[in-house]
Design a protein around this ligand. Structure first.
Ligand code: PLP
Length: 422
């Protein structure tokens, strides 16, 4: 029997069994700065999870904190209705000038609600409304959120089972490399679309992650994404890129699909869009798709003004030039070198890795070892999480602002954790 330390007992007795991350990290966190968190007992942890990707610019980033404190001190609007506010206007103008215009992206901006799943729900609703069809194609091992619509296009059987009702109107197709390169891309998908006897309802849209974050850090090739866009155009389906985890610079460019040179019809963003860990999400879509009636998708918390303030400061500080992307790619090369050494050291022990920018996954053929590595890393002061359908992948998601030295520190704790669990 494990004995609960008194400091954790209220979480165990009062908080629901549904709690999740606090089970991986049995500490009570108190304060944080940059790449580090501190618990109430004075232990320090290097954070390679970055709030599940919501802290790309680190904890309590001083530039963003200053903007937030100034806004609060001057009694800027705090509540979240979607009124026109100065904070929202500044965000929209910055998003246009810093992100959309330089990339020649023709998007309108919708504020669908505070969380990622709100953005996905709105994207699915819009695609269905535009095309007048109900079916949406998703991919094996996709993760798009925990509300009913987004769960219906999510792969994980355990998470789907929590819905308690049939999850309908979604059809899964094989993600890139699902058959280890043995089957030509989209062979099955295209055959079903063209065969009048296949039983596939013509989809309104296809929803895809360029790198599957929860599904095991599965990286789609740029040519696969281009072929998917091409298929969507030919078959009159909208292409939705869910960039909630991989957008906001995680893979290098602000949008993860930039590298493939595609322009999705609809894009969802959340997690690090506010830059400060404050809830905020966006649904972006081509202007001609803006067929919403006023208020047809609504909600009390669609305009989180403090989040607009930190989001604007983030864009102006980190995205007005190309430095963030360059730094992320350089740090990514540093991770790749360390992981190559790790795999060499574990030659033949079933350890492999993959990733892009500053998102990497280390897969263990001995699946439970990934959880053991994360546990050992926690004891050594590094926060890591697993990913993949059987939690067989250790996921690296450090803040993009991580220094080269911090990255080295975390990578050597990781190497030691792998060694200690051999
Ligand atoms: N889509 C993707 C790709 C995600 O990674 C996530 C969360 O991990 C979501 C959607 C759901 O976002 P949220 O947890 O904010 O609802």
């Amino acid at each position: 029997m494990t004995i609960t330390p008194p400091a954790l007992s209220v979480f165990e007795t009062l908080e629901s069994e549904v709690r999740s991350y606090c089970r991986s990290w049995p500490a009570v966190f108190d304060h944080a700065q940059g790449s580090y968190l501190h618990d109430e007992d004075g232990h320090t942890y290097l954070d390679f999870f970055a709030g599940a990707g919501s802290l790309n610019y680190g904890h309590n980033n001083p530039v963003l904190k200053r903007a937030l404190i100034d806004y609060i001190e001057r009694d800027g609007i705090t509540h979240g209705l979607d009124m026109a506010t100065t904070a929202k206007r500044a965000f929209l103008e910055s998003f246009q000038n810093v992100i959309l215009r330089p990339r020649d992206l023709p998007y309108k901006v919708m504020f669908p609600g505070p969380t990622g799943t709100n953005a996905v729900e709105s994207a699915l609703k819009l695609a269905r409304k535009v095309k007048g069809r109900e079916s949406v194609v998703s991919f094996t091992n996709a993760f798009h959120g925990m509300s009913l619509g987004s769960l219906a296009v999510t792969g994980n059987a355990f998470k789907r089972a929590g819905a308690g009702i049939p999850l309908v109107h979604g059809t899964p197709m094989p993600f890139d490399n699902y058959f280890d390169g043995q089957i030509p891309d989209f062979l099955w998908f295209e055959r079903l679309l063209e065969d009048q006897g296949s039983g596939l309802n013509k989809p309104a849209a296809v929803i895809v992650e360029t790198v599957q974050g929860e599904g095991g850090i599965n990286v789609a090739r740029a040519e696969w994404l281009r072929a998917l866009q091409d298929l969507c155009h030919r078959q009159d389906m909208l292409l939705i890129v869910d960039d909630i985890q991989m957008g906001c610079g995680r893979t290098g460019g602000f949008f993860s699909f930039e590298e493939a040179g595609i322009t999705p019809d609809i894009v969802t963003l959340s997690k690090s869009i506010s830059g400060y860990g404050l809830p905020m999400s966006l649904c972006l879509f081509k202007g001609e798709l803006d067929v919403w009636e006023p208020g047809e998708h609504n909600g009390t918390f669609r305009g989180n003004n403090p989040a607009f303030v930190t989001a604007t400061a983030t864009l102006e500080t980190y995205w007005a030039d190309g430095q963030m992307e360059k730094q992320t790619l350089a740090r990514g090369e540093q991770v790749e070198r360390a992981l190559l050494a790790l795999v060499e050291e574990n030659d033949g022990a079933g350890v492999s890795f993959r990733g892009r920018g500053l998102v990497w996954g280390i897969e263990f053929a001995d699946k439970p070892r990934a959880t053991a590595v994360c546990r050992r890393a926690f004891d050594l002061g590094l926060l890591l999480e697993t990913s993949g359908p059987e939690s067989e992948v250790v996921k690296l998601l450090p803040p993009l602002t991580v220094s080269a030295e911090e990255l080295d520190e975390g990578l050597s704790i990781l190497a030691r954790s792998v060694r200690d669990t051999a």
